[in-house]
Design a protein around this ligand. Sequence first.
Ligand SMILES: Cc1cc2nc3c(=O)[nH]c(=O)nc-3n(C[C@H](O)[C@H](O)[C@H](O)COP(=O)(O)OP(=O)(O)OC[C@H]3O[C@@H](n4cnc5c(N)ncnc54)[C@H](O)[C@@H]3O)c2cc1C
Length: 477
Amino acid sequence: MKVIAVGGSVTGLAAAAALADAGHEVLVLEREAAAPPSTLDEAADGWARPTVPQAAHSHAFGSRGTNLLRDRLPDVYEDLLGAGTGRVNLADSPPPMLGDFAREPADDDLNMLTVRRSVFEWVLRARALSRPGVSVRTGATVRGLVTGEGRVTGVRLADGTELSADLVLDTSGRKTDAPKWLATAGLPVPEQTSESCRITYYTRYYRRLTPAPPGPLNRGFGAGGLWDSYTAVLFLGDGDTFSISLGVLPDDKEMKSLREEEAFTAAIRATPLLAGWVAPGNSEPISPVYAMGGLDNSSRLADPAGDLPVGFYGLGDAVCTTNPAYGRGVSLALAHVFELVDLLAAHPTVDRAQAARFAGASKGLLAPWLGESIANDRGRAGLWAATVAGERPQMPPPGIVTFGTAVAASTKDAQVWRRVAQVMMSLVSPAELYANDEITERVGRALAGGPPPQLPGASRADLVAAVRGATAGQQAA
Ligand SMILES: Cc1cc2nc3c(=O)[nH]c(=O)nc-3n(C[C@H](O)[C@H](O)[C@H](O)COP(=O)(O)OP(=O)(O)OC[C@H]3O[C@@H](n4cnc5c(N)ncnc54)[C@H](O)[C@@H]3O)c2cc1C
């Protein structure tokens, strides 16, 4: 089958590779005109992606996506390892408070890759392009759909060129114009929903100068914590690189200066869990501080029982985004890609029945994670807003498992830890954590004697003082 993928980033490139392996011919259309770096080293150290602002931010490569790469795109997986990507199994570093942790067979699935997103995407692109059925055209902006006989038969580019295909995939990411294209073509438009994640991200990259990690690695793939007004997470990268991302409320005025290098560094040094990583002599920064806001939990998922376009499917961020703090975007995009590949194998005719099956599969895959992300963001943003305003945060009612209570209990109960890890890694559905009687009972028992000690973060007062101090120092200089 001849397929066009609109957008040549993670989802479009993975779809191209996977569909080519299944015997399809894929043309990827990418609006960015600049050619990607010609070497991996160039890409690693600064691949400017004006149309993909999140490419500059830390990425955790979760288990669902990691396992899919290993099993279904093994050449990509192997080349990533060859490029210095680290391999981590979360069960190799359970919380120390669990004591004698007994590993279970399911723990073998808790794999992650540690690599900078630029390296990940460069390798994926190179492997996709190595397949005979794949081509990528850069500087090709899609502006609309071509239709005929009640279905999508191709795309129209900005210069008016029309290209035909048996199937058009929207892999154009979170800012997709597909709803406009569908409406203009008189085709059904899926309902769109969006709720702010209420988080702004600040990220900086570093190279480690010490032979061993200069700080704790409490998360396996790195280190991090979520405190009462911010989150700070360190992501191990390829080779000796790492990155740190800070997340704060978008309207947290005191934290606006985190985009300044001095303030960013001061906030990390005020966070005892991470301070050692940026102590003088332990690492050197290799990037400026990148900031990104405007993040939302969004859905453009079609109703399988409703009116559906034929010959046109959205994949990855183009149909659903969740808060990047949960690190699921790439895993869910890869899972979505393979849903499509498997559907095309089982039901190769592009028709209404195929569209309904894919809409059902997409909803089944993505809707639970969207719901979880929205619920967690409301809880976390409520806590942060109360702290910033100097108010007492509302506590969840007893007997309800929330992300916060589950994470707290996971330091005391190995089964809760395992379930939290499986859900964070998108391996089992959120209901297995939040609506499971055994887990609810275990969380209640683990927290009966009070919450476990907090990871060493900064209090609100210390964080504000550190950031203000750095800003004042800079102004005085
Ligand atoms: C701050 C941040 C941090 C994140 N961290 C993580 C993480 O830790 N782990 C994780 O798994 N995920 C993370 N994600 C999510 C992850 O980045 C995305 O899920 C992933 O990039 C998949 O994106 P995509 O390929 O669907 O879309 P994108 O990466 O947005 O790519 C869309 C592509 O389409 C092109 N395009 C757009 N319109 C057109 C058009 N009309 N014609 C032609 N081309 C077009 C764009 O130029 C771009 O190349 C994060 C996201 C953000 C915002």
